[in-house]
Design a protein around this ligand. Structure first.
Ligand code: AMP
Ligand code: TRP
Length: 334
């Protein structure tokens, strides 16, 4: 029996991923690729909805792909590719936009937040149709499950609605995917502002642990992380967000339970605990960083791997798109 399909992706929006991307996404993708026929894309077309310097976008795209591989996504096992390499994404996005209601798209909270923040004139139409392109990503591959953070849940719900609508109107062309929402325990917060999610676009660098940071720099950031005046290593998300966040990182990277870590550091100060965590982080990310830098040292080889994976993606995507064109009555080119 063939394995169920999985689809996920990340935008190439920074030179380095941060540890939240690693714990919240990449570690899970790495496990899931064993049991699913997994597709992981670097969604560069989505990244165009933000202003980008062209040469920087190219570099960020390679860097993001290299970090997927360095974190353990195997391009021989999973289909790891760059979204713009597969033409069908942009084509299906157009098709789906013709069955998406204007009001429906207007209700997407991510768009509402961003357009309110930047103002309508500074907001492009691509940002408005962003969820439709995301639906195209997912539906092209007859995806069964989509692991995402909860901020993306609404977009996967829209994807389901569009798939069901198309199938009902024109005949079955799409599998209806199920979102798998990231656990709270996989959410990482900013080291300096532990009530805000750690993010590639954080205002201050001091609160973000970058995957490609020098290990000494990461250790220093951990030693300076915000804690509290109580002095005991104890998980309490409300009263002790800083320490709780460090415990979650510790547990995620070692596979240990939080109570066991609390016991280990009982009666010891935050200094000891942070030193312990810094060691864990350096041990985990040292090799990942090394591998990513090696891959980036040979961009031609990396580009070849990405091209071979895009060719695999093309086959599945083209078959879905051809079926959709037929069902909608577009005249076939002979
Ligand atoms: P982003 O960098 O926001 O585009 O996120 C890409 C992926 O990483 C999504 O699956 C997010 O859920 C995950 N992710 C991003 N930031 C964090 C974080 N602070 N904690 C946990 N997961 C995160
Ligand atoms: N919009 C997603 C994010 O910002 C990235 C993404 C694009 C995605 N296409 C996707 C995630 C398809 C899952 C499936 O995180």
């Amino acid at each position: 029996m063939s394995k169920p399909r999985l689809y996920s992706g990340m935008q190439p929006s920074a030179d380095s991923l941060q540890i939240g991307n690693y714990i919240g996404a990449l570690m899970q993708w790495r496990d899931l690729q064993e049991t699913y026929d997994a597709y992981f894309s670097v969604v560069d077309l989505h990244a165009l909805t933000q202003p980008n310097d062209p040469s920087e976008l190219r570099e960020k795209t390679r860097r993001t792909a290299a970090q997927y591989i360095a974190a353990g996504i195997e391009p021989s096992k999973s289909t790891l590719y760059v979204q713009s390499h597969v033409r069908a994404h942009a084509e299906l996005a157009w098709i789906l936009s013709t069955i998406t209601g204007f009001g429906e798209a207007s209700r997407m909270t991510q768009f509402k937040d961003k357009s309110q923040r930047y103002g309508a004139d500074a907001t492009n139409v691509g940002l408005f149709t962003y969820p439709v392109l995301m639906a195209a990503d997912i539906l092209l591959y007859q995806t069964d499950i989509v692991p995402v953070g909860d901020d993306q849940k609404q977009h996967v719900e829209l994807t389901r609605d569009l798939a069901e609508r198309f199938n009902a109107r024109y005949g079955d062309a799409f599998r209806v995917p199920i979102p798998v929402i990231q656990q709270d325990t996989a959410r990482i917060y900013d080291l300096q502002m532990p009530t805000a999610k750690m993010s590639k676009s954080a205002e201050s660098d001091a609160g973000v642990l970058w995957l490609l940071d020098d290990p000494a720099a990461s250790a220093k950031k951990i030693m300076r992380a915000v804690t509290d005046s109580e002095g005991s290593v104890r998980y309490d998300r409300e009263a002790k967000p800083g320490v709780s966040n460090l415990l979650v990182i510790y547990a995620a990277l070692t596979g240990r339970q939080i109570p066991a870590i609390e016991d280990e550091y009982a009666g010891r100060g935050y200094g000891d605990f942070k030193k312990g965590l810094a060691e864990v982080v350096v041990e985990e990310f040292g090799p990942v960083r090394q591998r990513a830098l090696e891959l980036l040292d040979d961009p031609a080889e990396l580009d070849r791997v990405l091209a071979a994976n895009a060719a695999r993606a093309d086959e599945v995507a083209d078959a879905t798109l051809a079926d959709v064109y037929d069902k909608m009555g577009l005249l076939r080119r002979v």
